[in-house]
Design a protein around this ligand. Structure first.
Ligand code: NAD
Ligand code: SER
Length: 314
């Protein structure tokens, strides 16, 4: 029987992926793991294990205790925090991943899903419709841990026959849990300011275009990839994955259609430099071909749904 562990399960993606997996496989079949104390964790995330992926022994004990068969490994440090704390970013994203992969072999885990990111690309990469196979020369610590992570995952596929899969998420937009310190966080923060009637100070320039995706598409796509038959996959840990691209100004203009008084100012900070090394749009034809990926939300539909759901929440 499938028994799933979601590391980083309280984060922006984990909090929504865990719920979707529980719907699909049953509440008790999905164990959430993160750094918080059990007493601070809402019941919806139970069964819950406090666990640090840097503690290999503790992590193996969790896998054995729950007889885990599949792991969604989401525990990571994102781009902006990663530039503030590069050593910690390397440790969590590389040593943590290594521990997860080694423990998977040791404990007989059948499948590991581990996200990568558009941060694997760099200024030398073609910025428009970035192809699947291209130059991977990132300039951030986060990006280079993601390139090494993809290579490490593919090594475990070929060397140890471990089923590992991953996709290069674009910036993800969601209303349940705030993002954890990335360069694309502006595209979530902007909605909170707009609904509070506050002027939003954007940390990127108005014409900065980045690839983005709405969380329902990201969660559905992740589960679809996980459920594809292994023999149908030629790629494993590095699928380009896309739905929409827009500039900060275009997002603000779309929000203004719903909240005409919304105001925005632009005060670019260190994250602008990171954004400028990333692509503007992604060619995801390989994901479409190998596991039938197809997004459902565009900018207009995403903004409407975000505002509707955030209004109910706040
Ligand atoms: P997040 O920062 O919201 O959540 C990460 C979680 O990991 C947090 O809850 C944190 O407490 C936990 N964590 C950190 N260090 C840990 C450790 N040592 N042991 C156990 N848990 C630890 O991140 P997210 O946005 O949910 O990202 C999940 C994955 O998706 C990451 O691999 C990230 O690189 C990737 N990704 C995210 C985005 C995005 O826009 N959110 C885009 C591209 C890729
Ligand atoms: N949203 C992520 C970040 O900005 C991309 O990996 O770090």
């Amino acid at each position: 029987m499938t028994k799933i562990l979601v590391t980083g399960g309280l984060g922006q993606i984990g909090s929504e992926l865990t719920a979707a997996l529980k719907n699909q496989y049953g509440k008790d079949q999905v164990v959430t793991c993160d750094l918080a104390e059990l007493s601070q964790v809402h019941q919806e995330f139970h069964p819950y294990e406090k666990g640090d992926v840097l503690n290999a022994k503790q992590f193996q004990d969790i896998l054995k205790k729950h007889q885990i068969t599949e792991i969604y490994h989401l525990a990571a440090i994102l781009s902006a925090v990663g530039e503030q704390k590069p050593q910690h970013c390397w440790k969590v994203n590389i040593d943590g991943l290594y521990n997860v992969l080694e423990a998977s072999i040791e404990c007989g885990v059948k499948k590991v899903v581990c996200p990568s990111s558009i941060a694997v690309f760099g200024p030398e990469t073609p910025q428009i419709k970035t192809p699947q196979e291209t130059i991977l020369l990132p300039k951030t610590m986060y990006g280079l841990t993601k390139v090494a992570g993809e290579l490490l995952c593919d090594y475990y596929v070929s060397k140890f026959n471990l089923d590992v899969r991953g996709l290069r998420y674009p910036g993800l937009i969601s209303y349940k849990t705030l993002p954890g310190g990335g360069t694309t966080d502006y595209a979530v923060e902007i909605f909170y300011a707009a609904l509070k009637g506050e002027k939003y100070t954007c940390f990127l320039k108005p014409d900065t275009v980045l690839p983005m995706m709405y969380m329902p598409d990201a969660v559905r796509g992740t589960i679809e990839l996980a459920e594809t038959s292994f023999k149908d996959l030629k790629h494993h840990s590095n699928f380009n994955f896309a739905s929409m691209s827009f500039s900060c100004q275009e997002l603000a203009d779309e929000i203004k259609k719903h909240i005409p008084n919304f105001q925005i100012e632009y005060v670019p900070d260190h994250r602008q430099q990171i954004a400028e090394t990333w692509p503007q749009s992604i060619d995801d034809c390989t994901a479409r071909k190998e596991w039938n990926w197809k997004p459902q939300y565009d900018l207009k539909a995403m903004v409407k749904d975000m505002l509707h759901n955030l209004k109910q929440k706040t």
